[in-house]
Design a protein around this ligand. Structure first.
Ligand code: SAH
Ligand code: SF4
Ligand code: F3S
Length: 478
């Protein structure tokens, strides 16, 4: 299958399915429990945002809202937004313009902006986008019912306070757009890393880890409901660190991973994102120890050049990154899937430094990559201290070179699977035919095979006999 090309600052080599899991739009589904008012929620950006929308829906369900998949039916329209690149914000502004027409027809419809753009722009958003009634940052969702009351009373409402404690640990998310097979579980919030290009520390606040018991409880409940896969989410999962109030119990990421893996051998466990500076051998050995922890690591490099990595404030260099990749290959073998994020054309990047990114791709031979060109974000370290001096055409050309090289490796890595038997967790019908099923293998690759007597949620051993850049095809081994 051809790579879906969404726009030039977000190009990747994943299938649409995989793209939906990370940088796309998702809308709420229909629930009808007799509640009076209807919520329509649309989510942009990363998995953390999709996961947050499930928390928001849960909070608003308690406050008397059912969800709708039809924006025209909604009393409350929420956009959960992303600020990571300029383009992400433009998409939201465009959507707000579209909603303006609906609001003219339905003046009582409340429109709210949540998430990272709300946090970045704060009350300015109310001045810039006149039809917005409500601006709520990622740590203030518990306040939503009260804020909606204020709007009902004829006022605009804003809460963008960031918190050092909020993890929404006690809230039971309402699963949106769920296939009933896989779910995301947030294990931490915020980020303390201050990569110079990145807006996330400003929009999500300080890093905090969620109570380990509440994580295990949520995963156990998902298993009880028939889910077969959980993905533990955080901006930097390897720095997960939780301790009980009396300090007697301390849990790091490897230990949390083990606790979740022990819930059931039938539950697949994934996690994202790993920071190269923090991923430990202990995590890799824990992955090796449990068959149900998927052998796939998203390990964003951002650049292959040590000077650029320093300017990016990533706190590792090329040698360190390569050593971590060697450790993955040594402990988990060559079959372990590895993916990355790469930024082309960061401030002052020379042609030779760009070549280092290409040669790092040659060294690692990634299974997937999420590739972007640098987009300056107001308020970040890079915006304040560095010149965004690589011309746009050069950024785009370098990005294209990265994409072209990565496509070859995605194909090559898929070809290695041909002739092997892979355990696939079925997620549903393939997009093209109800005679075919679609699922994922351990390395998070989409596998398509004939339905026969199998169904969603089954584990099926599939002999891979063909592949494209983004997909594997095979036959069940009976
Ligand atoms: N916590 C993750 C990244 C989350 S943001 C990590 O540290 O790896 C997802 C990706 O968006 C980043 O990895 C980076 O590649 C990209 N990104 C972030 N800020 C960007 C910017 N200003 N311009 C272009 N890409 C950016
Ligand atoms: Fe952003 Fe860096 Fe934190 Fe990732 S680790 S969210 S790139 S600051
Ligand atoms: Fe995620 Fe975008 Fe915010 S990537 S953390 S929604 S800026």
């Amino acid at each position: 299958m051809q790579a879906p090309i969404l726009d030039l600052d977000f190009i990747d080599n994943r299938t649409p399915d995989q793209a939906a899991a990370s940088c796309d739009t998702k809308v709420s589904a229909e629930t009808n429990t007799g509640h009076q008012r209807k919520l329509y929620i649309e989510s942009y950006g990363c998995q953390m945002n999709f996961s947050d929308s499930e928390i928001v829906t849960s909070i608003l369900f308690e406050a008397g809202f059912d969800t709708t998949a039809e924006v025209t039916q909604a009393d409350l329209v929420l956009l959960n937004t992303c600020s990571i690149r300029e383009k992400a914000e433009q998409t939201v502004r465009h959507r707000l313009t579209q909603l303006q027409h609906l609001k003219r027809k339905k003046p009582h419809m409340v429109v709210g902006v949540l998430g990272c753009m709300a946090e970045r722009l704060k009350k300015n958003l109310l001045e810039e986008e006149k039809m917005v009634d409500l601006v709520v940052g990622p740590d203030a969702y518990r306040d939503l019912p009260a804020l909606i009351n204020e709007v009902d009373g004829g006022h605009k409402a804003v809460n963008v306070l960031l918190s050092r404690e909020e993890t929404y640990a006690d809230i039971n998310p309402v699963r949106l757009n769920s296939n009933g097979v896989s779910a995301f579980v947030s294990i931490m919030r915020g980020c303390d890393n201050m990569c110079s290009f990145c807006v996330v520390p400003f929009t999500r606040g300080r890093e905090r880890s969620r109570d380990a018991h509440s994580v295990v409880r949520e995963a156990q409940e998902l298993v009880n409901q028939g889910y077969k896969e959980v993905t533990l989410l955080g901006q930097n999962v390897d720095s997960y660190k939780w301790q009980s109030e009396d300090g007697a119990e301390k849990v790091n990421f490897a230990q949390l991973l083990e606790r979740v893996a022990l819930i059931s051998p039938d539950l697949r466990v994934r996690f994202s994102t790993s920071h190269p500076k923090d991923i430990t051998d202990e995590v890799l050995y824990t992955m090796k120890k449990y068959d149900n922890i998927c052998k796939y690591i998203h390990l964003p490099a951002q650049s292959g050049n040590s000077r650029i990595l320093e300017l990016m404030n990533r706190t590792y260099d090329r040698t360190w990154y390569m050593e971590r990749v060697d450790a993955i290959r040594r402990i988990l073998g060559v079959d372990c899937g590895i993916s990355t994020d790469m930024i082309a054309g960061f401030c002052s990047e020379t042609e030779e430094e760009h070549q280092d990114t290409l040669s790092l791709i040659d060294f690692v031979q990634y299974d997937y990559a999420y590739m972007f060109f640098y987009s300056e974000r107001p308020g970040t370290l890079a915006a304040r201290k560095l010149q965004d001096d690589v011309p746009l055409e050069v950024k785009k050309r370098r990005l294209q070179e990265i994409i072209d090289k990565q496509r070859e490796y995605s194909h090559l890595r898929n070809q290695l699977a041909v002739g092997q038997v892979h355990k696939v967790l079925v997620e549903g019908f393939s997009k093209r035919s109800e005679e075919m099923l679609s699922g994922r293998n351990d390395q998070n690759k989409v596998v398509i095979f004939p339905k026969m007597h199998f169904k969603k949620g089954d584990y099926v051993n599939v002999l891979i006999n063909e592949c494209s850049v983004g997909t594997l095809f095979g036959e069940p081994v009976l």
